[in-house]
Design a protein around this ligand. Structure first.
Ligand code: G3P
Length: 219
């Protein structure tokens, strides 16, 4: 199971890399808006900085334009920055059409803002590398986000679709654990949720006892 970080913060990306669990990065316009960038150039340079940190894996960078030509132009610009860039395209008619175009040009894409099985099927049919169903935002409106993940997994298996499921809008550790049981390819999560997986009180109590026992006898 792959762990992607949903962030634009370089210190978080470096920390995940140091700890050994960094498989990729996803970004979105809201995360970018918190990064104090004042120009498109600065944002693009930031994507390159993220690529330089990543040993393996890729980083999803989202297009802002809504119409087909803008999506194509921006997607081509983004993908030319670095081979690790995946063009993140919203789930719209123009977006799906653009993903089809990018697939033919071997430009990797991540179809984002996916909230239904039908949308996930469309993303797979046009050859998206990733589909990003938003688990937490579905939970927010009283739909079970994890059920959607299960449905997509089953249907993709039925047809042998190659599109990888990248569960997004992860809000708590249980989202990650349930996704692992479903057997999906990856989650993209804020770092604090992944870090919470390290902790168990019995580990901390056990470690404390081991060290105290050892120190009682040895020196
Ligand atoms: O990158 C898309 C997604 O992960 C956003 O998460 O928490 O804003 O719903 P959230």
């Amino acid at each position: 199971m792959k762990f992607f970080l949903d962030t634009v913060k370089l210190d978080e990306i470096k920390k995940a890399k140091e700890l050994g669990f960094l498989d990729g990065v996803t970004t979105n316009p809201s995360l970018i808006s918190k990064g104090y960038f004042s120009s498109k150039n600065e944002i693009f340079n930031h994507y390159i900085s993220i690529c330089n940190i990543l040993e393996n894996g890729d980083i999803s960078a989202e297009v802002i334009g809504n119409n087909y030509d803008d999506i194509i132009q921006e997607g081509e610009e983004l993908s030319s920055l670095n081979h690790k860039i995946v063009v993140k395209v919203p789930m719209t008619k123009n977006g799906i059409r653009a993903i089809k175009f990018f697939s033919k040009k071997n430009i990797s894409t991540n179809c984002t803002l996916v909230f239904s099985l039908g949308q996930a099927i469309l993303a797979a049919k046009v050859g998206a590398k990733y589909v990003s169903p938003f688990v937490g935002r579905l939970d927010d409106i009283s739909y079970n986000g994890l059920n959607l993940i299960k449905e997509i997994k089953n249907v993709y298996n039925n047809y042998g679709f190659q599109t990888k499921i990248l569960a997004a809008s992860i809000r708590n550790p249980l989202h990650i654990l349930e996704c692992s049981k479903i057997g999906i390819y990856a989650v993209t999560s804020p770092i604090n949720i992944i870090l919470s997986l390290f902790h168990h009180p019995m580990t901390e109590i056990g470690l404390d006892k081991f060290i105290k026992d050892y120190n009682k006898k040895i020196n």
